[in-house]
Design a protein around this ligand. Structure first.
Ligand SMILES: [Zn+2]
Length: 232
């Protein structure tokens, strides 16, 4: 599939719609790749080879077993293009990819593999009541700085034009090779890394159908501020 399938939007999520409106079903697809979050943003989800991992502060990394979630962005990933690069960081990866193709207006699924010198990841705390706002959630995040860790960044490049649908720019989640560490990536650096990517020409968006979502009041100005604050 040359498409990204997305459940809900970053805009709805950041406007506080955190309930599990979408069913994941039973993913058997070994190529399924992507990211998301669990209900109430209780965990950051990373999807690798069809397996769903949930990273929650204070809990060991575990398989995500809840069948419902509020936000998910997945694709069937095939490493159509690949390059190796030296001194790869969150600050220059857009430049490195731009040397391969013009990226400003397209979607990419991106997989970066390395023994990273450093990866800084963020995990939320579980919220059983699902009562906090996206902003409150962002204020109680747990940040880990991992050093000399083998693993992969799993994520997407979204053009600025689609910035209320998905996180504009890169949105990466990390999964360590030993399956002990995962979370939303804040920064990373690698002396050498392999970057696999695939252009995605279509994005399919499943909009929530619940009454709660239909009556959700979305303040666009506030939303834009929050997206740049929380997700970048
Ligand atoms: Zn994330």
């Amino acid at each position: 599939m040359s498409k990204i399938t997305q459940y809900s939007t970053i805009g709805a999520l950041m406007s506080g719609h955190l309930s599990g409106d979408f069913a994941t079903g039973t993913p058997h697809n070994k190529q399924l790749f992507g990211l998301g979050c669990s209900c109430g943003i209780s965990g950051e989800l990373t999807v690798s080879q069809g397996q769903f991992w949930e990273a929650t502060a204070g809990e060991p990394l575990h398989h995500f077993t809840d069948k419902h979630l509020p936000f998910l962005q997945v694709t069937e990933f095939v490493a159509e293009h690949s390059f190796s690069a030296k001194n790869v960081t969150d600050n220059n990866i857009d430049k490195l990819l731009s040397e391969q193709l013009p990226i400003a207006n397209i979607f990419l699924a991106v997989n970066v593999k390395s023994c990273f010198d450093e990866v800084v990841i963020r995990r939320p705390q579980r919220d059983e009541k699902h009562s906090r706002t996206a902003k409150e959630m962002s204020e109680v995040q747990h940040v880990d700085k991992l050093s000399s860790v083998s693993g992969q960044l799993i994520g997407f490049w979204t053009p600025e034009l689609f910035g209320r649908i998905s996180v504009p720019g890169f949105h990466f989640h990390f999964l360590s090779d030993d399956e002990q560490h995962s979370g939303h990536v804040l920064s990373f650096s690698a002396a050498e890394a392999t970057v696999d990517y695939q252009e995605k020409e279509t994005i399919e968006i499943h909009n929530a159908t619940s009454e709660k979502f239909k009556s959700l009041d979305i303040d666009i100005t506030q939303l834009d501020e929050l997206i740049s604050q929380v997700e970048k």
